[in-house]
Design a protein around this ligand. Structure first.
Ligand SMILES: NC(=O)c1ccc[n+]([C@@H]2O[C@H](COP(=O)([O-])OP(=O)(O)OC[C@H]3O[C@@H](n4cnc5c(N)ncnc54)[C@H](OP(=O)(O)O)[C@@H]3O)[C@@H](O)[C@H]2O)c1
Length: 275
């Protein structure tokens, strides 16, 4: 088998699906992971036909702490090795911290941080041995900007992912491993439908919005050139750059004002809410 394999989590929609299309267009075989298996199969069939690649479909719920090991086992049982890992699966919780249950918050941390870290821990040693690897962690501009009212742990988890990626980037250098954190701003996907904030965020100006395929292309290109942090789009580059030069209290003041437009801080209305 001469083609390299990329494992992509959250490939059934949005940015993950676009990343799968980008990797496939660049000749990678794919292992596609998410819960909605029918969507993954449809995408896998389309990409196999279009790009003459091979795909594995792995239905998994990354809220389950056993999922990362099971995913890697599924790939290895097909005698394939993972050359690129794209940690992308995710969601957001509406409401403020105390208006969501601890189960929701702990599921959030499990999926959005622990599963990312465990998958890296399981695949990176093989990459080091082979002297080649690519790891893309999908973070967010929320990890660069100050924390907001509502969506509470989202910024901290994304911020931790950026730091995690920076450390891995340094640790992987000597072994030919590229590590990047992709930090999109508002992107058209199912994200805001899942957390019921579509109406709220639709009020944001059109030029704030990115297409999933432009985010995926920026992420893929950044990973190839081993750029540690990638912020797609001029507007978001400007905003994150401004944040670096503004005094902390001024950034916090701006975030406080903007939070009201971007975040639902009322009752929890997540579709998948758990008790
Ligand atoms: N859209 C934005 O504005 C934006 C901005 C910055 C960063 N991001 C980040 O981009 C990443 C992708 O989000 P998106 O915008 O593409 O949203 P999306 O369209 O809702 O896609 C989310 C993906 O994650 C998967 N997923 C969710 N929960 C899962 C679970 N428990 N187990 C396995 N897979 C799960 C979903 O698949 P299933 O439902 O089939 O499991 C889906 O494929 C996330 O990490 C998000 O934080 C998004």
């Amino acid at each position: 088998m001469s083609r390299r394999l990329a494992l992509i989590t959250g490939a059934s929609s949005g940015i993950g699906k676009a990343l799968a299309q980008e990797f496939a267009a660049n000749g990678w075989d794919l292992a596609l992971v998410a819960r909605r298996e029918d969507r993954l199969r449809a995408l896998a069939d389309q990409l196999e036909d279009q790009h003459r690649i091979e795909t594995l479909v792995i239905a998994a719920d990354l809220n389950d702490p056993a999922a990362p090991k099971a995913i890697i086992d599924a790939v290895e049982s097909r005698e394939r090795q993972i050359d690129a890992l794209v940690n992308n699966a995710g969601f957001g919780l509406p409401g403020t911290y105390t208006r969501t249950s601890w189960k929701q918050q702990s599921d959030f941390i499990q999926l959005m941080y622990i599963s990312y870290c465990e998958l890296v821990h399981r695949v990176m040693p093989g990459m080091e041995e082979r002297g080649y690897g690519r790891i893309l962690n999908v973070a967010s501009v929320a990890g660069i900007m100050p924390g907001s009212r509502g969506h509470t742990l989202y910024s901290s988890v994304k911020s931790a992912l950026i730091k995690f990626s920076q450390s891995l980037h340094l640790e992987g250098k000597a072994s030919g491993i590229h590590v990047s954190a992709l930090c999109p701003g508002l992107t058209y996907s199912e994200f805001h439908d899942v957390n019921n904030t579509r109406k709220l965020v639709s009020q944001m100006p059109k030029f704030w919005w990115l297409e999933a395929d432009e985010v995926a292309k920026a992420g893929y290109d950044a990973l190839q050139r081993n750029q540690v942090v990638c912020v797609p789009g001029l507007w978001w580059k400007f905003l994150t750059g401004l944040n670096q030069v503004l005094p902390g209290p001024a950034s916090m003041w701006l975030m406080d004002r903007q939070s009201a437009n971007l975040r639902n801080t009322g009752e929890n209305t997540a579709k998948d809410s758990a008790s």
